[in-house]
Design a protein around this ligand. Structure first.
Ligand code: AZC
Length: 829
C-alpha cells in the first residue's frame, strides 16, 4: 500500500489475469479478435486461410506469454545454457504441434468448430518451414522440442532464410525446382526484434600495432551488414518451458559507409547497400557436397558472429569478467558449418574484449563441442585460404595461430613425423591451400561425437583417426533420436489413443521406454485387431492423398512399401527400383494360379534431388517412368503399383509414416551415419527392410532379429568388396534388368545410359550388384511374413514396443549430462 512500484506490479498482474484463458470461449474471443484486428477481416466473413492466421496468432499470444516467463526465470536463475548453432532447422508446421504441446488442442478444436471451421482443415493451411535439407536439419528441430520438454535452458541459433528448401514438382517425370518463398504469406510464429541487431563485417584489412608492449590487431572491414533477430518460441510438451529459436536476417547496415553517400550516386549507393539482404536469402539445397562458394561462407560467418555477439552480450548483463563464461555457456556446432565460430570467439575475446590469447583459448576450448553427421572425410568442409584471406582476413590470422600452437603441442607428443603432422594440420597444403574446418573444430572442441554407435567408431578409426590417436578423450557417441511428440503422438492420433489405453497411461509421451509395456500384448488378438484397424485407417488417408496427386488408385489391402528420403546414390533408391522392375517382370511371367499367391504391393518413393545432382535426378525420372509403365500394365493390375510422391517434406512424412507397412533403409553398409526416419517408422509400427548401416544396427538390437529384415554386405566387408568389384559377377537377373533399362524398355534410352553405367562392374561403388541377391531374398522373406497376418501384426507391435531408445529425449539427456553439463530447471510453482 502506498508503494507505487508495488501498485504498478499488482495492476500488471491483474491485467494479465484477465485474458489468455484457455477455455473455449476465451479462445474464441482471441481468435475473433485477431480476425478483426490483426488480419483486418470481418468476423462474419473469413476463409480457412484467414482462420488459420487468426488461430496461429492467438496461439502465438500464449506462446509469448510462457516464453517471457521462461526467459525471465532463466535470467534470474543464471543457469548454464546450451546454444545449438545450426545452418538448418527443418521445423515443418507449428500450429498443431504448439496446441498439442500446450495441452489446448481440444479447446481449439471445439472453439473453431463452433465458429464453423474445422481444425483439421485449418492446420492444412500452414506452409512448412523448410529451413533445412534433411536429416541434419530435422534432428536440430527434434532437439529443440526435447530441450523445451525436458526443461533445459537452451536456445537454437540459425538463419532466417527467405527461400527455404525448393519445392519439387514433376514435369513429364522430371524434377523441377520451384522457389519456396514461404514468408510471402507472413509468418505468425516469429517475433521480429528490430532492436536486437549486431553489425557483421566482411573483407578489408587488418592493422597490427604495438600497444603497451602487446601486439593488437585492428580489422577495418570493407563491408558491413546488420543481423536482425527473429525469435521463434518453441514450447515444450506439458511444461511452461518455452525456449527460443533465434534466426538472423541480414539487413543493410544503418551506420556503415555514410561517407559513400557523398558520392553523388545516391540511388546506386542505396541499391548496393540493399544487396546486403541477399546473405540470408536462400538455403543451399546441396546436401553434403560443398562447392566452396563465397556466399555460403558469408552465411556461416553472418549467423555465427551474430549468435556469439548475442551470447556474449547476454553473459555480460550478469558478469563483469569472462572468468566463468564456460560455466554458463555451452555451444554445440551442428556439423562443421558453424566452425568459423571458433576464430570468431577468439577474435571477440582477444581483439574486442582485450583478453590474453591463452586465457581466450582456454575459454574457447571449454565452450565448443561438435557433432559430425557424415561418414567420409570428403564431405567435411574446406575453405580456400585465398577466400578466407579476402573475406575474413583477421580470422585467417587467428586460424594460422591456432594451427601453429596446436602443431607445436603435438610435436611434443609425436615428434617430427612430418607426414603425420601434415595430416593433423588444420591447413591443407598443396597448389591451393585450404582450411579444414573439421580439423579446426576438433582442435577447439572439448568433445566430438558421431550419431550412431557404428558411425562414432568409424570417426575414430577412419575419418579422424589421426586426431583420435592424440585426443582419445574427446570422442563420444550420441545415437540420434526423434521426438515422439510430433512423430507418434501427434501424427498418429489413432495409435496414440491405443497406446495410452493399453499402457494405461499417457506418460510414454515423455518417457518412451514405457512402450516396452506392449511386449506382453503383442500376440493378444484384441490388440492386434485394434492395431490393424488404426493402421488401415492411416493407409486409407494416404491412399486418398495418392489418388488426389497422381490419379493412381491403390488398395489398402496391398502392402505399402515406402522409401522416402533425399535422393542419393549411397541411399540406393536405384536398388529399390531395380527390384521393382524385377518384381513386375516376374508377375508378368506368372500363370493366373501363381498370381493369386502374389502379395500386392504399393511401392512409394519420395525425395528431393539436389538441383545439380544429375544422377539423382535420373533416378527420379526412372522411378516415374517405371511407375507409368507398371501402373498401366493390365497383366500386373493391382499386384504392383509404383508411386513417386512429389515434394516430400515434413508434413508429408507425417502422413506417410503412420501409413507404411514396410520402409526401406538400404544404404551400402556403413554409409549412413545414423538415419532418423528409420526410428520414426519403427515407432509407428512399420517394419524395416534394412542394411547394417548407422542406427539400423541399434534398432535391430532393440526390437530383435526376428522383427526386422536385414540383408546385404557387412560394414567390415565393404572395403574389400569395393576393391574387388571389377572381378565381381553380379547375378543374372541384375544384368537382365539393367539391360532392360539400357535397351529402352522404359524409353529415354539415351537419358538412362549414364545411370546404368554407375552400376557397371568396375564403377559399382555402392555395391548394388553385390547386394542384389541378398536383397531379393529379403524381399521374399517380407512377402512371406506379410501373408501371415498374425505374425506380421505381432512384428509391427514389437517394433513400436522396442522403439523407446530412439526417443530424442534419451539423446538430449546424454548430451546434457556428458557434453554440455546442464541440468533440467523449472519454476517450482
Ligand atoms: C545426416 C546423415 O546423413 C544421417 O545419417 C543422420 O541421421 C542425420 O544427418 C542426422 O544426424 N546428414 C545430413 O543430413 N547432412 C549432412 C551435411 O551430413
Amino acid at each position: 500500500v502506498g508503494n507505487p512500484e508495488l501498485q504498478r506490479r499488482r495492476r500488471l498482474m491483474w491485467l494479465m489475469d484477465q485474458y489468455l484463458k484457455n477455455d473455449v470461449l476465451s479462445i474464441q474471443k482471441s481468435i475473433v479478435d485477431h480476425v478483426e484486428y490483426t488480419i483486418a477481416r470481418s468476423r462474419f466473413k473469413f476463409d480457412d486461410f484467414e482462420a488459420y492466421k487468426a488461430t496461429a496468432n492467438s496461439v502465438r499470444d500464449r506462446l509469448i506469454e510462457s516464453w517471457n516467463d521462461n526467459q525471465q526465470f532463466h535470467r534470474d536463475m543464471d543457469s548454464k545454457r546450451v546454444y545449438y548453432l545450426s545452418m538448418e532447422f527443418l521445423m515443418g508446421r507449428s500450429l498443431l504441434n504448439s496446441i498439442f504441446n500446450l495441452g489446448i488442442k481440444e479447446q481449439y478444436a471445439q472453439a473453431l468448430n463452433e465458429l464453423g471451421y474445422n481444425l483439421e482443415v485449418v492446420v492444412e493451411q500452414e506452409r512448412d518451414a523448410a529451413l533445412g535439407n534433411g536429416g541434419l536439419g530435422r534432428l536440430a528441430a527434434c532437439f529443440l522440442d526435447s530441450l523445451a520438454t525436458m526443461n533445459y535452458s537452451a536456445w537454437g541459433y540459425g538463419i532466417r532464410y527467405q527461400y527455404g528448401l525448393f519445392r519439387q514438382t514433376l514435369q513429364d517425370g522430371f524434377q523441377h525446382e520451384q522457389p519456396d518463398y514461404w514468408l510471402n504469406v507472413g509468418n505468425p510464429w516469429e517475433i521480429e526484434r528490430v532492436h536486437v541487431t549486431y553489425p557483421i563485417s566482411f573483407y578489408g584489412k587488418v592493422e597490427e600495432k604495438w600497444v603497451e608492449g602487446t601486439k593488437t590487431f585492428t580489422w577495418t572491414p570493407d563491408e558491413m551488414v546488420e543481423a536482425v533477430a527473429y525469435d521463434n518460441p518453441i514450447p515444450g510438451y506439458n511444461t511452461g518451458n518455452t525456449i527460443n529459436l533465434r534466426l538472423w536476417a541480414a539487413k543493410p547496415s544503418g551506420e556503415f559507409d555514410l561517407q559513400s553517400f557523398n558520392t553523388g550516386d545516391y540511388v546506386n549507393a542505396i541499391l548496393s547497400k540493399q544487396r546486403a539482404e541477399t546473405i540470408s536469402n536462400v538455403l543451399y539445397p546441396d546436401d553434403r557436397t560443398y562447392q566452396g562458394k563465397e556466399l555460403r561462407l558469408k552465411q556461416q560467418y553472418f549467423f555465427v558472429s551474430a549468435s556469439l555477439q548475442d551470447i556474449m552480450r547476454r553473459f555480460k548483463d550478469h558478469h563483469s569478467t569472462f572468468d566463468n563464461f564456460a560455466d554458463k555457456v555451452a555451444v554445440q556446432l551442428n556439423d562443421t558449418h558453424p566452425t568459423i565460430g571458433v576464430p570468431e570467439l577468439m577474435r571477440l575475446l582477444v581483439d574486442v574484449e582485450g583478453l590474453q590469447w591463452a586465457k581466450a583459448w582456454d575459454i574457447t576450448t571449454k565452450v565448443f563441442s561438435i557433432t559430425i553427421h557424415s561418414v567420409v572425410a570428403e564431405t567435411l568442409e574446406k575453405w580456400s585460404v585465398e577466400l578466407l584471406q579476402t573475406l575474413l582476413p583477421r580470422h585467417l590470422q587467428i586460424i594460422f595461430k591456432i594451427n601453429a600452437m596446436f602443431l607445436e603441442e603435438v610435436k611434443n607428443k609425436i615428434g617430427n613425423d612430418y607426414d603425420h603432422l601434415a595430416r593433423l594440420s588444420i591447413i591443407e597444403e598443396g597448389e591451393k591451400k585450404s582450411v579444414k574446418m573439421g580439423s579446426l573444430a576438433l582442435v577447439a572442441s572439448h568433445t566430438v561425437n558421431g550419431v550412431s554407435k557404428l558411425h562414432s567408431e568409424l570417426l575414430k578409426e577412419r575419418v579422424f583417426k589421426d586426431f583420435y590417436d592424440i585426443f582419445p578423450h574427446k570422442f563420444q557417441n550420441k545415437t540420434n533420436g526423434v521426438t515422439q511428440r510430433r512423430w507418434l503422438a501427434f501424427c498418429n492420433p489413432g495409435l496414440r489413443d491405443m497406446l495410452t489405453k493399453w499402457l494405461g497411461t499417457e506418460a510414454w509421451i515423455t518417457n518412451l521406454d514405457l512402450l516396452t509395456g506392449l511386449h506382453q500384448y503383442a500376440s493378444d488378438p484384441i490388440l492386434q485387431k485394434e492395431w490393424n484397424l488404426v493402421r488401415r485407417h492411416n493407409k486409407a488417408r494416404l491412399a486418398t492423398y495418392i489418388e488426389a496427386i497422381s490419379g493412381v488408385k491403390v488398395s489398402i489391402d496391398a502392402m505399402f512399401d515406402v522409401q522416402v528420403k533425399r535422393i542419393h546414390q549411397y541411399k540406393r533408391q536405384l536398388l529399390n527400383v531395380l527390384s521393382i522392375i524385377h518384381r513386375a517382370d516376374c508377375i508378368k511371367n506368372m500363370s493366373p494360379a501363381e498370381k493369386t499367391k502374389v502379395v500386392p504391393r504399393v511401392c512409394i518413393i519420395g525425395g528431393k534431388a539436389a538441383p545439380g545432382y544429375e544422377i539423382a535426378k535420373k533416378i527420379i525420372k526412372l522411378v516415374t517412368t517405371v511407375g507409368e509403365k507398371i501402373n498401366n500394365d493390365k497383366d500386373i493390375g493391382n499386384l504392383l503399383k509404383v508411386v513417386f510422391v512429389p515434394d516430400y517434406n515434413v508434413s508429408l512424412a507425417e502422413l506417410i509414416i503412420p501409413a507404411s507397412d514396410l520402409s526401406q533403409h538400404i544404404s551400402t553398409a556403413g554409409n549412413e551415419a545414423s538415419g532418423t526416419s528409420n526410428m520414426k517408422f519403427t515407432m509407428n509400427g512399420c517394419l524395416l527392410l534394412a542394411t547394417l548401416s548407422g542406427s539400423n544396427i541399434e534398432i535391430q538390437k532393440e526390437i530383435g532379429d526376428e522383427n526386422i529384415f536385414v540383408f546385404g554386405a557387412k560394414p567390415e566387408e565393404v572395403d574389400r568388396l569395393r576393391a574387388e568389384r571389377r572381378q565381381f559377377q553380379p547375378p543374372q537377373e541384375f544384368h537382365r534388368i539393367i539391360g532392360m533399362i539400357r535397351n529402352g524398355k522404359f524409353g529415354d534410352t539415351e537419358y538412362f545410359q549414364e545411370l546404368c553405367q554407375t552400376v557397371d562392374g568396375g564403377n559399382d561403388f555402392y555395391l548394388l550388384g553385390n547386394d542384389f541377391s541378398s536383397y531379393l531374398e529379403a524381399q521374399a522373406a517380407v512377402d512371406e511374413a506379410y501373408v501371415d497376418r498374425e505374425r506380421w501384426t505381432r512384428m509391427s507391435i514389437m517394433n513400436t514396443a522396442g522403439s523407446g531408445n530412439f526417443s530424442i529425449d534419451r539423446t538430449t539427456r546424454e548430451y546434457a549430462e556428458n557434453i554440455w553439463g546442464i541440468k533440467p530447471c523449472q519454476p517450482t510453482s
